[in-house]
Structure formats: structure tokens, C-alpha cells
Design a protein around this ligand. Structure first.
Ligand code: HEC
Length: 123
């Protein structure tokens, strides 16, 4: 009698674990999507080389180039998306944004968003 009972929990737990894994995967993915964007700031720093030929890391505005540091990430992403979708004017930024994917824009947002605007250079 016991021999019939014992294999049931033994068999049930691996399949339960598997079921939990299968269930957990989509839940994880959807919570990631909801909490997006969370860019990789280190990747953003690497990508920022192109940007800082014009935009100052200090946050100083120079010759018509606006500061882009210390922005909230979602705002930064929204502006970059507006250039990419051509909703926002500026040929230079449209071209630059068009070459970036979502992950790269999120990374740049994380990097520039984490920089501190230097008070003495603020205009
Ligand atoms: C060739 C010079 C140049 C380069 C390189 C450049 N930008 Fe720009 N960027 C500009 C100019 C000029 C503007 C102002 C455009 C406008 O008036 O809308 C601007 C505007 C912006 C804005 C909006 C600023 C605001 O106050 O509205 C963001 C964000 C931005 N750039 C991000 C970037 C990022 C990120 C990169 C690198 C991937 C980059 N830019 C590279 C020249 C440049």
C-alpha cells in the first residue's frame, strides 16, 4: 500500500517545479516590460563617445548645443524617440537617433541621467 503512495509526491514535485518555471517566465518578462526602461549605464558611457563631441559632459550649453545630463530617464528616452520618429525637428539629432535601438537609447538615458549637472556651468 505504501509503495503506491510514496511515488506520487516524488513524481509530483519535479513537474510542479517545471510548472512553476513555465509560469514564472512570462511573469518575469511582463514585469520587466512594465519597469522598462532600465538601461545599462556602462553601455551608455561607451555609446556616449559620439554624443560628447557636441554635448558637454559637464552639462554646459555650448554654441546651440543643449545640455543633456541629469535628465529623468523616461524624459530622455521620450525625446530621443521623438527625434527617431521625426516628431521633433533637428536633422542632426534625427540622424543620430535613427541609428540607435531601444536598448542603446535606454543605456544612454541611464548614463547621462546619472551624470551631475555642474552648478557653475549651468546657464
Ligand atoms: C553634431 C552634434 C551633435 C551630436 C553628435 C549629438 N547631438 Fe544631441 N543635439 C544636438 C543639437 C544641435 C541639439 C538641439 C536640437 C534641437 O534644437 O532640437 C541636440 C539635442 C539633443 C537632445 C534634446 C535636448 C533638449 O534640451 O531638448 C538630446 C536628448 C540629445 N541631443 C541627445 C544626444 C545623444 C544621446 C547623442 C549621442 C548618441 C547626441 N545627442 C549627439 C547636437 C548633437
Amino acid at each position: 500500500m505504501k509503495a503506491l503512495v510514496r511515488p506520487i509526491p516524488g513524481r509530483a514535485s519535479p513537474s510542479l517545479a517545471l510548472a512553476l518555471l513555465i509560469l514564472a517566465a512570462p511573469v518575469q518578462a511582463s514585469s520587466d516590460a512594465k519597469n522598462a526602461p532600465k538601461g545599462d549605464a556602462a553601455f551608455g558611457e561607451y555609446l556616449s563617445g559620439t554624443c560628447v563631441t557636441c554635448h558637454q559632459v559637464s552639462g554646459k550649453a555650448t554654441g546651440g548645443i543643449p545640455p543633456i545630463v541629469a535628465w529623468p530617464e523616461d524624459q530622455f528616452i521620450a525625446v530621443m524617440n521623438a527625434y527617431r520618429s521625426k516628431d521633433r525637428e533637428n536633422q542632426v539629432m534625427r540622424t543620430i537617433a535613427a541609428a540607435l535601438n531601444d536598448e542603446e537609447i535606454a543605456a544612454l538615458a541611464a548614463y547621462f541621467g546619472g551624470l551631475i549637472l555642474q552648478p557653475d556651468t549651468k546657464k
